[in-house]
Design a protein around this ligand. Sequence first.
Ligand SMILES: Nc1nc2c(ncn2[C@@H]2O[C@H](COP(=O)(O)OP(=O)(O)O)[C@@H](O)[C@H]2O)c(=O)[nH]1
Ligand SMILES: [Mg+2]
Length: 465
Amino acid sequence: MCQRMDSASDTIAAIATAPGCGAIAIVRISGPQTLQIADRIFSCPAQPPSARPGNTFVLGFAHTPALDGSSGDLIDESLILIFRAPHSYTRSDLVEIQCHGGTTSARRILAAAVDAGARPAEPGEFTKLAFLSGRIDLPRAEAVLDLVRAQSDRASASALAQLRGGISRSLTTLSDLLVSTIANLELALDFPDDEYAGPPIEAAISSLELAVKQSSDLLSTAGEGQLLRQGALVVISGPPNAGKSTLFNCLLANERSITDHEPGTTRDTIEETWILNGIPIHLVDTAGLNGSATGPEADGVRRARSMIRRADYHLHVLDASQSLPAASLADLHMLPKTESLVILNKADLGTALTSSDIAPFASICASLLRSEGLDIVRQSLSTALAQAPSTEDVAHVSQRHAAALRRARDLLAQAHDLLAQHSPENQVLAASNIYRAISHIDALTGKHCSEEVLATIFASFCIGK
Ligand SMILES: Nc1nc2c(ncn2[C@@H]2O[C@H](COP(=O)(O)OP(=O)(O)O)[C@@H](O)[C@H]2O)c(=O)[nH]1
Ligand SMILES: [Mg+2]
């Protein structure tokens, strides 16, 4: 386990709810001084907070710290929830004071807690304490952030599966397998001439095959994990007046972008988040690719091209009622063929342009004005983004997990090949590879990891979590 931070001996406090107008706001306090601080800033009938059992709550008044018998200035009528160590989120004493929403009460209660001896918490510090106290491992701590940030039900289900140990269990199984493999291997290395050295080596070879497979299985969830966490940047492009903004509005089911028969109506890039089958999509409408544009329209075209370069996927709209000018054909062929879908729009006006003219690009015939072809666009986009979406609520490894798992898997595959050569020197090298793979897995679970890694992970949390 990583070394406990000095801050484990501090008592930290933060507003745990988002700023702004809301029904209630919550101030969280945790650490060894929590109950003494609560007694100084919270008054309730009968017993003070510190005399109450854990897992209880009581209605009372939050106030500025009481001094020498004086009761302090009233802040708000509030509820206090008391959690006693080790039965709390951080495993330390913890209270949550629920006051009226808005910004004033919570801010004043936090200030009162700080006056009474608490330190303002850093981002993610409550979850960091939960990790440092051993209550949750690192993948579970990261899942808390994923859950808070989830933009869709699917992303939230994946984060919850990770919070409930989906990834941790697989990593423990893998780590246990490697530890027993190394034990077998060490035995064979200690007694190389022993007639019993052969079977352990063979067992280690099979175990490594299994370990490589387990790593690959976890890694196979990374692509979808990235999609659920970050979403996909889908850019709508095409020549002016083809129906790009009409497509944008149809997909969002919202008249977000202005459409008009006049070319050059959309001058800037317009971005909205849209959830398609649980995948957060950052959908961007762009200015038409007009090579002869000048002034602000030319700026819009530059912005469109810059967006197109960054896109994960392209929806390229063409007016199918007219033949395609050479410049527009050239623009189309700048796009990656496997990550693009062409919408042959305005089919109601005729089909001068057909799918064979734009082969090998995949295309869909549509009349967006009549909402025809939209379902196929949605379906094709969803399939293109998540080839084989997971059907159950499975956890998905993050980019951090994937990077470490790839290193571990490569080391294990090499170890496997080295052992298969049946030479004592290679067996020593193989053992060293397995030890290194174990250390990558330990860094993943947080069993051994640097303060630097932890700081990076928890810095992306919000304050109060
Ligand atoms: N006939 C017909 N007109 C369409 C269709 N889709 C869009 N339009 C019209 O084409 C014009 C340009 O559309 P717009 O979405 O602004 O094109 P953009 O410049 O590519 O964004 C508007 O007058 C739309 O109403 C369609 O399927 N059929
Ligand atoms: Mg437009």
